[in-house]
Design a protein around this ligand. Structure first.
Ligand code: GTP
Ligand code: MG
Length: 455
């Protein structure tokens, strides 16, 4: 019943939108959706008003709704297809690979994509899924990613560079939780160098899903001329799928690409009417938004106090170029976004050799992999206070990579937890991290983790 309602709402609401096959050339006539209640714009309009409101390419096929009906997606990395390229386990080799001249093809294309959003939105999960490899740490706890990480996806003549960023936070929170400077700086820096920004929002979080994070808005306002898309993530966890339309309406302020008007079940402009800087769907958004934030093409590092104040009253961003609704743990969903990124790549030189998978060194990858397990298995704040030191990193005579890690723990109670009864916990963490590292380095790894109290 809910789904049927959702279907009706989605279909009706998509009247404004031209849906096309993602793989279709712009000149190709768009799919005729008249039979399913969706009107279709002419080809000339299609080019201007692309709006991908679906993880599947065609709403009319019902694929999107069928996929939504699946419910909870499978939370495993089993679906990740294994990219044949590995991260070299030798830091010297990895370093020279990152610096190696790219093997430019004749008609090279590239696209640098910054993935930003609130902590825990699923940025690293999406990056891994796009890469087809579990490379970056993912956990249910916030601030898993501590600094920007580069993932490189090279296929045929196209290179997509993915910038996985730490969840956006405020200086006050960073200070309170002793977070590194990189958590404040890296998302902004990544947006500055990106050709496309992906704003990821966790739709399963009812406290944050109806308003763009203020820090996200600040990022967008600093570079309003960079194309940006909205990705509504974790749709598999959303029981009431009809909410997707309301969320979209709120987060876009009813406007996509500065032009298309969206009306959700709850009309966003009614809620926003009292706010001084909110925009109604009737306003010409793109230009006024750029004036209100920073001037087009201007590369400012800071917003003025007036601009910051104006952002405080915003709920959304009217300049999203396109919108996706997906589940990052679902490979098929992410495949659609991946095709979109490849389509959006522009003629341009590759930055990395095609053998590069990340700019991170193997030690960095190892530490964040272990950190992921600590975050996953230890309660609350316990894993945040632990530090790691690499004691041994060498290839043994039998060709196996031997890694020995010392874990420094601040409290006796934390020590008990990380060891677990009969050493059960540390064994589990070691085995799982070892498994992941073997998949990343594509070689045998023997990992040893020992814990030491250091108050
Ligand atoms: N069910 C479901 N879970 C998801 C989805 N995407 C991410 N997750 C889960 O959400 C949690 C957070 O994912 P991360 O990828 O670590 O999130 P992040 O945005 O990188 O987090 P930070 O690095 O801490 O900012 C993990 O438990 C993921 O398994 C999704 O589409 N569906
Ligand atoms: Mg992350």
């Amino acid at each position: 019943m809910t789904l049927r309602l959702c279907e009706t709402i989605l279909r009706r609401s998509l009247r404004f939108s031209a849906i096309r096959k993602l793989t279709a050339a712009p000149e190709q006539a768009p799919l005729d959706l008249r039979g399913s209640g969706c009107s279709v714009f002419g080809p000339q309009t299609v080019r201007k008003c692309l709006f991908h409101c679906t993880p599947a390419s065609l709403v009319s096929s019902g694929t999107f709704l069928d996929r939504l009906q699946k419910g909870r997606a499978v939370l495993s990395d089993e679906g990740l297809c294994h990219h044949p390229v590995s991260v070299p386990s030798d830091s010297g080799h990895q370093f020279s690979l990152v610096l190696k001249d790219p093997d430019q093809p004749k008609n090279a294309k590239s696209l640098k994509v910054a993935i930003v959003g609130a902590p825990n939105a699923g940025k690293s999960t999406l990056t891994n899924q796009l890469l087809g490899r579990k490379l970056f740490a993912v956990s249910e706890k916030v601030h898993t990613t501590r600094s920007r990480a580069v993932g490189v996806l090279t296929q045929d003549d196209t290179q997509i560079i993915l910038l996985d960023t730490p969840g956006l936070t405020t200086p006050i929170k960073a200070k309170r939780h002793h977070l590194e400077e990189s958590l404040l700086v890296d998302p902004f820096e990544s947006i500055k160098e990106a050709d496309l920004v992906v704003v990821l929002v966790d739709v399963s979080d009812k406290w944050t899903r109806n308003k763009l994070d203020y820090e996200v808005l600040k990022c967008l306002a600093l570079k309003p001329d960079v194309p940006v898309i909205l990705v509504l993530n974790k749709v598999d966890l959303l029981k009431n799928k009809t909410l997707l339309l309301d969320i979209t309406a709120q987060l876009t302020e009813g406007v996509v690409n500065g032009k298309i008007r969206i009306r959700g079940a709850e009309k966003p402009h009614q809620k926003l009417a009292a706010k001084p800087h909110s925009r109604h769907t009737e306003e010409p958004h793109s230009e006024s938004m750029k004036d209100g934030a920073s001037q087009e093409g201007q590369d400012k590092d800071r917003l003025s106090p007036e601009e910051l104040k104006a952002l405080k009253s915003r709920r959304g961003w009217p300049l999203f170029k396109d919108i996706f609704m997906l589940s990052s743990v679902d490979r098929e969903d992410v495949e659609t976004l991946k095709r979109y990124l490849f389509e959006g790549a522009k003629p341009g030189q590759w930055q990395y050799h095609s053998e590069v998978l990340t700019d991170q060194g193997p030690e960095e990858v190892c530490i964040s992999t272990i950190r992921e397990k600590l975050l996953q298995y230890l309660p609350k704040e316990v894993p945040y206070s632990m530090t790691q030191q690499i004691e041994i990193w060498k290839e043994s005579e039998d060709g196996v990579l031997d890694i020995s890690i010392k874990l420094y723990v601040k409290k006796d109670s934390h020590m008990k937890m990380v060891i677990g009864s009969g050493g059960h916990m540390i064994t589990r963490i070691t085995q799982e991290a070892e498994n992941d590292l073997m998949k990343i380095f594509l070689r045998e790894v023997r990992l040893k983790i020992s814990a030491k109290l250091r108050k």
